[in-house]
Design a protein around this ligand. Structure first.
Ligand code: PEP
Length: 264
């Protein structure tokens, strides 16, 4: 069963496109296609850092929020190559992706992820926290991997923080591979994540948190992932670079969410 909050659809552009001119073009193509009055879906684009401030000015219809693809927990100082939560907030981004597997693969630790989440929350940003196993094994050890990442990420959260933390379940084997997890697998993991969150934060706070899915989501599998996976939205890589497909997924989510609202 879904909660009453709007679904969240986030496009993670990763290190794309190549230039600010191309980024403007892609962003404009999304803005032009985006329905003006979405009632049950929030949409977010996470471009590379150098494009954030520029794209803000193109968002004239205010249909999209912006996200950074990460923050570093320190506030200022000798941290070459890093970007702080204050900097991200100062260019009007409202969200930040934290702990993406592509950053974990380069050494980002659970401990740093927890600190980055705290830094983001302290600036009023919403943290989209990625967890997910590298691969699945017959013994089910992958549940333990997700649990470990999750516990480390949410251990320090207070009651008021939980409204601004979104968990993105992103099985690494499904990212950019075309191998989407099945809707049943996603649903099973969503329930598991909720159980772990409930254990750490209490049931009420746990069920108030969004759990979204990421991993080769596209316009063909989105509906089933919502209907059967019962996820609260998506973190979308590849398909978010295709304006028409990204907006199609947004429309699928809106239609689905309006449908379940009617049955309540
Ligand atoms: C991602 O990188 O967060 C992602 C889900 O990518 P893709 O949709 O391309 O698998």
């Amino acid at each position: 069963m879904h909660q009453h909050f709007p679904l969240l659809i986030v496009g993670n552009w990763k290190m794309n496109p190549a230039t600010v001119t191309q980024a403007r073009k892609l962003f404009q193509a999304i803005v032009e296609r985006m329905p003006l009055h979405l009632q049950r879906v929030l949409t977010v684009i996470a471009p590379p850092f150098p494009f954030l401030a520029d794209l803000r000015s193109l968002n004239t219809k205010d249909t999209l929020s912006l996200a950074a693809q990460g923050v570093y927990f320190e506030a200022l100082g000798a941290h070459t190559g890093e970007v702080s939560a204050t900097m991200v907030k100062s260019v009007s981004a409202k969200y930040v992706i934290i702990g993406h597997s592509e950053q974990r693969a380069k050494g980002l630790s659970d401990e740093e992820v927890a600190k980055d989440i705290q830094a983001a929350l302290a600036q009023g940003l919403t943290a989209i926290v990625c967890v997910g196993e590298l691969m699945r094994d017959a013994g089910g050890n992958y549940f333990g991997v997700v649990e470990g990442q999750l516990r480390a990420a949410v251990a320090g959260l207070t009651a008021k923080d939980t409204a601004r933390v979104v968990i993105a379940y992103e099985p690494v084997w499904a990212i950019g591979t075309g191998n989407t997890a099945t809707a049943a697998e996603v649903h099973e993991m969503k329930l598991f994540i909720q159980k772990v969150l409930a254990d750490v934060l209490g049931r009420e706070r746990a069920t108030a948190m969004r759990i979204v899915y990421g991993g080769s989501t596209n316009k063909k599998n989105a509906k089933e992932l919502l209907e059967v996976g019962l996820v609260d939205g998506f973190l979308i890589g590849g398909a978010s670079l295709r304006a028409a497909e990204f907006v199609t997924i947004v429309r699928i989510a809106e239609t689905y969410a309006k449908g379940i609202a009617k049955t309540r």
